[in-house]
Every structure is written in C-alpha cells, then in structure tokens.
Design a protein around this ligand. Structure first.
Ligand SMILES: O=P(O)(O)O[C@@H]1[C@@H](OP(=O)(O)O)[C@H](OP(=O)(O)O)[C@H](O)[C@H](OP(=O)(O)O)[C@H]1OP(=O)(O)O
Ligand SMILES: Nc1ncnc2c1ncn2[C@@H]1O[C@H](COP(=O)(O)OP(=O)(O)OP(=O)(O)O)[C@@H](O)[C@H]1O
Length: 418
C-alpha cells in the first residue's frame, strides 16, 4: 500500500478544496508512486477535538463506491484512478501547518485537515501541469416531471430549474453572487445554448474573482483568479491571447466549447440525475408515508421516516445497480410501488451524487503544447447519506417557497422537452 510518509510534506502543494475534502498535488522529486497524483484528504470542523477511536480505519468509502458502483455507469476514461494511501499523524500536522496559508480564508475559519485519519485517497492529478484545466460543477440538469409535485409547487418547479431557484435564494441571503448561468443550457447539447452557459460561467468567474464553485480555471497547474496578475499571465500564455478580457473569454470559449458538446459526459450525468430521480423529493416523501401503515407513522414527517432508514451496505448498492440496469426502467414511476421504496431511496441518493459532482476539462489548445488534451473527467463522486434526505426535503421546500414570490420567474428550458 502507498505510504505518504515516504514523501516530505513540502512535496505536496495546495490545489483546491470543497466542503468535505482538501486536495494537494505531488510536486517532489521523481517518485513512481506519487508522480502525477493528488492527495485527497478529509476535513473536519475546527471546533472538533475528538480523538479517533478506530484501531482499524476503513478505506475512504469513495474508493469502493467508485470502483464497484460508479464504474458500472461511467466508462473508465472519464474517471480518475483512486487508491488508498496510508497517512501519518505527525506528517499530516506538518502538512496542515504548512499549507493552511494557501487556503481561502472563509474555509480556514470553518475547517481544517482531519489529523485523526490514517487513510487518504491518492488520485490521478487531472490538473497537473496542463496548460489549461477547467473545472465545472454543472449541478442539476433537468426539470422534474409534474406527476408527483403538489399543486403549490408544480408551476414553480417545472418552469425554473433547481439551480436557478437555489441561486436566487442564496444571492438574496447574501451567500452567493447572483448568476445568470443555467445548467439546462450547459446540458442542452445545443451549440448556442452551451456557448451561453460558458459565457455565464465565465462572467460568474470574473465577478466572483474565481470564488464561485461552478467554474475554476487552472493554467499550468495554478488556480487562476482575476486579481492575480501572474496567474492571469499564465492563462494568457496558455490561450495564446493577449489584451482585452473579451479576447481572453473568446479564446477560453473556443478552447472548451467543442469538448463540452462532443463529449458524452454531460449527457450521461444528466441522464443519470434524471432517471435516478423520477419522483422528485416530494414524490419520494409521499411514497415514504404511504409505505408506513399506522396512523402515527402516516402522520409523521419525511425526516423521521428517513432517519429510520439505515445507510445502505456495499452489497445493497451492488443489488441496486443490478436492479437499475435490469428492471428499474420497466417500473411505472407514475405509480411507484411501496415495495420498491428502498430502491427509490437509493436511486435518489445516487442521483444526488451526480447532481453534486464536477467535471475537469483538459482541452487541446491551438498552441498544441498540451500533452494530455481533449479529456473530460468526472470528480467528486462521493456516496451520499440517507441522513441527508431530511435536509434535502427541507431545502427543497425553502427554495420553492422563496421562489414563489418572484414576479417574473426565469424560464429554464429542459432539452428533453425543448
Ligand atoms: O444542496 P446543494 O445543491 O447546495 O449542494 C451542496 C453543495 O453546495 P453547492 O450548491 O454546490 O455550492 C456543497 O458544496 P460546497 O460545500 O458549497 O462547495 C457540498 O457539495 C454539499 O455536499 P455534502 O453535503 O458536503 O455531501 C452539497 O449538498 P448535497 O445536496 O449534495 O447534500
Ligand atoms: N483528481 C483530481 N485532480 C486534480 N484536482 C482535483 C482532483 N480531485 C479534486 N480536485 C480539486 O480539489 C477540489 C476539491 O475536491 P472535491 O470536489 O472532490 O471535494 P469535495 O470536498 O468533495 O467538494 P464538494 O464540497 O463540492 O462536494 C476540486 O474542486 C478540484 O479543484
């Protein structure tokens, strides 16, 4: 097994992070085990002072989930390789102290590397030294079918997509900047609409100085922000474009547009999101209630029902994938069968994984200098928890209620029915 202590903490440079993990790339002396790899480490809240009680820590669940479940849905050329790597407490502490300064302040105030972990994930470095790598978090790529929506939500949810409504809520709460990006444009496969999505992502990237998580740019391995002249220079060099920002945008669009349209990846993600969520969270909650028989259970909320559902074992996931690939499409989702509740819950969980993943594009650039051009790879395919169902139902209600007040709702066009 790989051991991180065979390298120096100084060999690892900060790449980026999300809500749950922090990612560092190997930049030390040539080493066959670590060259071209990133280290993905779990984070913990800074307030958490708990000691790990585990003597034999399990591997990060993302590894088995990707190898055994995701790999049955996504071809290997669109996935990074993932392996277990053994960690060392003292080594991690040095790394954490060394690289904390590179992290965004907002993240630093909330969390830090979990020093109690003894295992991490070693993954293919998809950013590396590529002239240009573009990371996009596309989010939800479909409008729900009206069948299971309540009269009070149906018009809102079938007109405006979940991302646009969520962005409206978050920007009104001051948690996000307003964005014109609509995932349905990106997923549409239509050249003009995909170009519009790229333009909107670029505008959001400029306006937020690269702090939005929907679009991140990396030039020669370095994350680019408008406020960082040296990184902007690298971007200009990679795109072989000098001068005005509009010229840079147009080279950027040209670099990734064909890749986005020609690659099957977005189509696959949206197909999986949609087909794994045929009931919407509302229909799923109704099915949960119908599946219980006593009066008190019937009256109970989705959250109490969901909290009574145990987390699936790996064997449950294997069983689910078999059902999904063989029988699931023949079920009548307009009248869901209570006997299928467990599989509908698992389908929703898997849909949530695909609603929250990101893609990394490494385009072939006109300069032709890129050694690994023309790839689209999906990252962050972590398994979601049954414990999140209550949160999702509550958030869904909050988003839809807030959007109901909008005088001129945005009309998002789902490619499937356009
Ligand atoms: O609910 P959403 O759509 O806001 O997604 C959450 C993400 O927010 P986003 O809207 O992409 O900024 C959120 O991303 P950030 O932390 O905002 O980068 C997480 O990915 C979160 O997943 P988890 O709960 O940590 O497993 C995501 O939560 P899940 O819905 O996947 O549980
Ligand atoms: N294989 C990889 N190669 C290069 N960079 C990567 C790789 N995997 C992840 N990253 C970078 O690290 C960041 C954090 O990774 P990831 O999205 O998996 O974290 P997360 O905490 O699960 O995110 P989220 O909060 O969105 O669920 C990514 O946004 C990306 O910039």
């Amino acid at each position: 097994m790989y051991q991180v202590s065979k390298t120096q903490p100084e060999d690892w440079v900060y790449v980026s992070e999300g809500g749950a993990t922090i990612v560092l790339a190997y930049a030390g002396l040539p080493n066959a085990d670590f060259d071209g790899k990133v280290l993905r480490l779990r984070k913990t809240a800074i307030s958490n002072t708990e000691e790990s009680q585990l003597t034999d820590e399990p591997d990060d669940p993302t590894i088995a989930f990707q190898h055994g479940i995701i790999a049955k849905l996504i071809p290997p050329q669109h996935l990074p390789e993932l392996e277990v790597v053994l960690l060392d407490a003292a080594w991690l502490k040095v790394l954490s102290d060394l690289r904390d300064v590179d992290r965004p302040v907002t993240r630093r105030q909330k969390d830090r590397i979990d020093l109690t972990r003894r295992k991490g994930v070693l993954a293919t470095d998809l950013i590396g030294t590529a002239d240009l790598a573009v990371e996009i978090k596309p989010k939800w790529g479909f409008l729900p079918t009206p069948t299971h929506l309540s009269p009070s939500t149906v018009s809102v949810k079938t007109q405006t997509c979940r991302f646009c409504r969520h962005n409206y809520l978050r920007s009104n709460k001051g948690k996000d900047i307003p964005s014109t990006y609509c995932p349905l444009d990106l997923y549409s496969g239509n050249r003009e609409r995909v170009a519009k999505a790229v333009h909107d992502l670029w505008s959001g990237w400029c306006a937020s100085d690269g702090s939005l998580n929907n679009c991140r740019l990396f030039a020669k391995g370095k994350m680019v922000k408008m406020s960082d002249p040296s990184a902007m220079k690298l971007l200009s060099e990679s795109l072989a474009t000098e001068g005005e920002l509009s010229h840079l945008e147009s080279s950027f669009t040209n670099a990734i547009l064909d890749l986005l349209i020609d690659s099957p990846v977005l189509r696959t993600i949206s197909y999986l999101q949609r087909s794994l969520d045929p009931l919407d969270i509302e229909g799923l909650a109704t099915l949960c209630r119908r599946s219980h028989h006593t009066a008190s259970e019937l009256a109970s909320t989705f959250s109490t029902l969901a909290s009574g559902v145990p987390e699936p074992y790996f064997s449950d996931w294997e069983d689910f994938i078999h059902v999904f690939k063989t029988r699931y499409s023949s079920w009548d989702h307009t009248v869901p069968n209570c006997d299928h509740l467990k599989h509908y819950l698992m389908a929703y969980l898997l849909s949530a994984t695909f609603k929250d993943c990101s893609i990394i594009l490494r385009p072939i650039l006109p300069s032709g200098k890129s050694s690994s051009g023309g790839t689209v790879t999906i990252i962050d395919l972590d398994v979601k928890s049954m414990g999140s169902l209550a949160k999702w139902e509550k958030l869904d209600r909050e988003i839809v209620e807030f959007y109901r007040e909008v005088k001129e709702p945005k009309r998002c066009v789902d490619a499937r029915i356009a």
